[in-house]
Design a protein around this ligand. Structure first.
Ligand code: GLU
Length: 452
């Protein structure tokens, strides 16, 4: 058999750009993986023979649909909904749903692609998917959100199933939205199954699913520090975002003795020199989860600084936890962070660092954990929610806490295993480690299952 030549990164990216015009986020995510993985493919030609990278970069299915609904004034509104089913080699499609005005095909394709590697890293049997709609939930009433979720699910349900595709939350989709979508799925199909994760505890949810992404990102940081005999104790932590991931990152940072000093939302960031305490965090949770207010209110309440239309990367600190959204750390931000003394970054969000920022962190040899490894705790507990639903039982919180801790440690160790750099015994390239670690599992399953 004549072997196809392994493409250079440039050749691979050229083809990718040609096939996916106008999709910069998707190209960014695939390019990052290709960079880490091509060397491995060169050393293991079977991956090239089976065109694994090329196949992974072509989603199994891109579903796009109209979502129309009535607002409270009786006007008809029209949005666009999506589900991208990227790959189901190692388990049914699994990944969140995002409601945000920036949602488009490029963003969801990047997220579904990332999810495939992330889910593989958890060690659980889950393929990769992502969905969402270009809805701006800001200012919408509960009734509007319910009608939107019902309309969204009225189309999406035909593509789902507890062994087919199991969505969850993401930006703009939390317990409320999952509840409304679950209700509509049940109503249409007359089946009571674990077709969504992140459900309320009364109807099949799992203990610590809400906390898992934020806690997991801090555990990953703890493991990177532990490797070099360091800890979070007494260290200043810069956190972005103020949603579910950021809130629980702050909670775990506090539990491990760190000092979180920032939070942000789309209007700006707060800098609390005294540190965000457990009491102040309770205020943030109420503000964001119940009152759906702006982070600026924190500054008024506690006398902290508020910086409008800015991100927290100018604030000095040692440990950074970007927990807001994609591309929130530019090359300039990365330079500022490095000169301010940042020694480690754990991404709570998906792809918050631009490719240029990642390069700068790697060049500076700081500890950098990419989202697909550091924020995998959320989907890992989703996987455990699926297991509990299948067995029709709920495990004890203590058991899930232990499982999450163990899974994060295993992800860290898998990244360490694949992330070694020749001649640098002390440095781990966690980007390469996560990409190769996730790739190998999916790729081997794909090869075993033939050309499908
Ligand atoms: N949206 C989350 C993520 O980015 C969770 C997905 C899930 O639980 O299925 O991983």
């Amino acid at each position: 058999m004549t072997r196809d030549k392994v493409p250079t990164l440039q050749e691979f990216v050229e083809g990718l750009e040609k096939r996916n015009p106008g999709q910069p986020e998707f190209i960014q995510a695939v390019k990052e993986v290709a960079e880490g993985v091509l060397e491995h493919v060169r050393d293991h030609p079977r991956y090239n023979d089976h065109q694994i990278l090329e196949r992974l970069a072509e989603p199994d299915r891109v579903i796009s649909f109209r979502v129309c609904w009535h607002d409270d004034k009786g006007h008809v509104r029209v949005n666009r909904g999506y589900r991208i089913q990227n790959n189901n080699a190692i388990g049914p499609y699994k990944g969140g749903i995002r409601f945000h005005p920036t949602v488009n095909q490029s963003v969801l394709k990047f997220l579904a692609f990332e999810q495939t590697f992330k889910n593989a890293l958890t060690g659980l049997p889950m393929g990769g998917a992502k969905g969402g709609a270009n809805l701006d939930p800001k200012g919408k009433s509960d009734a509007e959100i319910m009608r939107f979720c019902q309309s969204f699910m009225s189309e999406l349900y035909r593509h789902l199933g507890e062994d087919v595709d199991i969505p969850a939350g993401d930006i703009g989709v939390g317990g409320r939205e999952i509840g409304y979508m679950f209700g509509q799925y049940k109503r249409i199909t007359n089946r009571y199954v674990g077709v969504l994760t992140g459900k309320g505890m009364e109807f099949g949810g799992s203990p610590i699913r809400v906390e898992a992404t934020g806690y997991g990102a801090v555990y990953f940081m703890e493991d990177m520090l532990k490797r070099v005999n360091e800890s979070l104790e007494g260290r200043t932590c810069i956190v972005s975002g103020s949603g579910n991931v950021a809130q629980h990152a702050v909670e775990k940072i506090l539990a491990l003795g760190g000092k979180p000093v920032t939070l942000s939302d789309s209007s700006g960031f707060i800098f609390d020199k005294a540190g965000i305490s457990t009491e102040k965090l309770a205020f943030v949770k109420d503000l964001k989860n119940n009152r759906r207010g702006r982070i600026e209110d924190y500054a008024g309440e506690f006398g902290a600084e508020f910086h409008a239309r800015a991100r927290p990367w100018t604030v000095p600190g040692e440990l950074a936890f970007p927990c807001a959204t994609q591309n929130e750390i530019s090359a300039d931000d990365a330079k500022t962070m490095l000169s301010n003394g940042v020694v480690a970054v754990a991404e709570g969000a998906n792809m918050p660092s631009t490719l240029e920022a990642v390069k700068l962190f790697q060049y500076a040899r700081i500890k950098f954990a990419p989202g697909k490894a550091a924020n995998a705790g959320g989907v890992a507990v989703s996987g455990l929610e699926m297991s509990q639903n299948s067995a029709r039982i709920t495990w004890k919180e203590q058991e899930l806490q232990r499982l999450l801790r163990d899974i994060m440690q295993e992800i860290h160790d898998r990244c360490q295993h694949y992330g070694g750099v020749a001649g640098e015994a002390n440095y781990i390239d966690y980007v390469k480690g996560a990409n190769v670690g996730g790739f190998v599992k999916v790729a081997d399953a794909m090869i075993a299952q033939g050309i499908v």
